[in-house]
Write a protein that binds this ligand. Structure first.
Ligand SMILES: *Cc1c(COP(=O)(O)O)cnc(C)c1O
Ligand code: SF4
Length: 441
């Protein structure tokens, strides 16, 4: 596979006669010529919709805009587009207008857990920071459909500054997940400023960026961008490949640049009906990811955002996929399958069951092949009573160097030094406030 193949040359030529390889590989050229209407789409792909189909697609676009980069469009197999995973992710489906009664605009309650605009603070030590509301391509399965492309959600410099202030004044935040939209839609200079501000905050240990550019616009990963990002290490970069077909010569080059620059790379995949709901496809995807030094991180159950019903699979499909990976392939090629809890509970990992039974001194387990085995538990283990007084503990924790740490949630029920015997959710009190109460912040 070459980077500027015949099909791409043909598409580029139709967009602008005499387009050189350097134009095609220029991300700004790609953005400028993104496909936003049916006519252009038809012209560039030779796909032809009926009048009835057009009318339905128009209606869908009016609600959820169409936006495809020429590069991503070039991956569509026009001859079999109705079964094409790239087409399904990029092109509107009238089913998007069918709302299931349990669907929600913001099923993850990202806005409720938002102390300031752009920040979602749901977990004790990390925040989600949305710095852009645009993407180079609008994924049809986007969980933040309500925001992406919406002019009401363009974060101004002022809003970003307030987000940064929140992080600065919240010492428990040690990990900042920068997302959007796509953060790489920002110019190098602007992103450099955002990253610099976050990096300067002493309690921020790790910064992560979530981007789909390696998939839909790999030319965005330029040498300049990578050089700028390197100033802000330690930085983790997470991408979003859903199908092995998306791993092309161009995306490999983008991944290589980032891996060579020393960023740990991860990937999150959304389980999508008609796109990747197949163990064989998923296995091919994770193989290709690890070949390119990308660690499969999460496999998401498609959430309950509006208009995604045609993409949703039963949870059993994800279980089947994970069952086909654990033990069958390298441990680091297996993502964690999660359901992002509707109502804002965060990500909940789900796994096939490997424990078959348990007695006071034996655990009965099964492996991926169906072998049933027993693990004899230690007879001499005496659980040391932990009263969280680490200074008197013989485990050699350097208390001055380790951050203060109190148990929270289920962990609290398990701990010795806490009197709590049951947890009661308090309606109307978000996690953040409850957490702060516990920490006397
Ligand atoms: C996913 C997510 C995170 C990061 O979660 P990890 O499990 O650490 O990757 C943080 N905040 C919010 C709101 C999220 O949705
Ligand atoms: S938290 Fe860990 S180090 Fe501290 S007392 Fe308990 S067991 Fe020991």
């Amino acid at each position: 596979m070459t980077i500027y193949n015949k099909k791409q040359q043909q598409i580029a030529g139709e967009i602008e006669e005499g387009t050189a390889k350097s134009n095609w590989q220029d991300w700004r050229w790609q953005l400028k010529h993104s496909i936003k209407d049916i006519d252009t789409f038809e012209k560039l792909t030779d796909i032809c919709f009926s009048e009835k189909e057009r009318a339905e697609i128009e209606k869908t676009i009016a609600r959820f805009p169409l936006n495809i980069t020429p590069y991503y469009l070039s991956l569509i197999d026009a001859g079999d587009y109705k079964n094409d995973p790239v087409f399904h992710q990029a092109f509107p489906d009238p089913s998007e207008l069918l709302m299931d009664r349990f669907e929600m605009k913001d099923p993850l309650l990202e806005e409720k857990d938002s102390p300031v605009q752009g920040i979602t603070h749901r977990y004790p030590d990390r925040v989600l920071f949305l710095v852009s509301n645009v993407c180079s391509m609008y994924c049809r399965h986007c969980t933040r459909k309500r925001k992406v492309g919406d002019v009401d959600f363009i974060p101004s410099r002022e809003i970003i500054k307030r987000g940064i202030d929140y992080i600065r004044s919240t010492p428990c935040v040690r990990d900042v997940l920068i997302s959007g939209g796509d953060p790489f839609m920002l110019s190098d200079g602007y992103l450099d400023w955002v990253l610099g501000e976050v990096r300067r905050i002493p309690h921020v240990e790790v910064i992560r960026i979530g981007t789909r550019m390696p998939v839909v616009l790999p030319y965005r990963i330029t040498d300049n961008l990578v050089t700028m990002l390197k100033k802000h290490q330690p930085l983790w970069i997470n991408s979003h490949f859903n199908h092995p077909r998306e791993i092309t010569a161009s995306s490999k080059e983008a991944l290589q640049k980032m891996a060579d620059a020393g960023f740990p790379l991860g990937n999150q995949t959304v389980l999508l009906a008609g796109v990747n709901d197949c163990p064989r496809i998923m296995r091919q995807l994770v193989y290709k990811l690890v070949q390119n030094r990308v660690r499969p991180y999460y496999l998401y159950q498609c959430d309950l955002s509006e208009g995604l019903s045609h993409f949703r699979t039963p949870v059993g499909k994800g279980m089947e996929i994970i069952e086909s990976l654990i033990g069958h392939t390298s441990g680091f090629a297996v993502p964690t399958y999660v359901i992002d809890a509707p109502g804002g509970g965060g990500k909940i990992p789900i796994m096939p069951n490997y424990i078959i039974s348990w007695s006071t001194n034996k655990v009965i387990l099964r492996n991926f092949q169906g072998v049933i085995t027993s693990y004899q538990e230690p007879e001499a283990y005496v659980s040391a009573f932990c009263d969280r007084n680490c200074k008197n503990c013989n485990l050699h924790l350097k208390v001055d160097e380790a951050p203060e740490y109190r148990s929270y949630g289920i962990e609290k029920l398990l701990s010795d030094g806490d009197e709590t015997i049951a947890l009661t959710p308090i309606n109307g009190i978000s996690y953040k406030e409850e957490y702060r109460e516990n920490h006397n912040e």
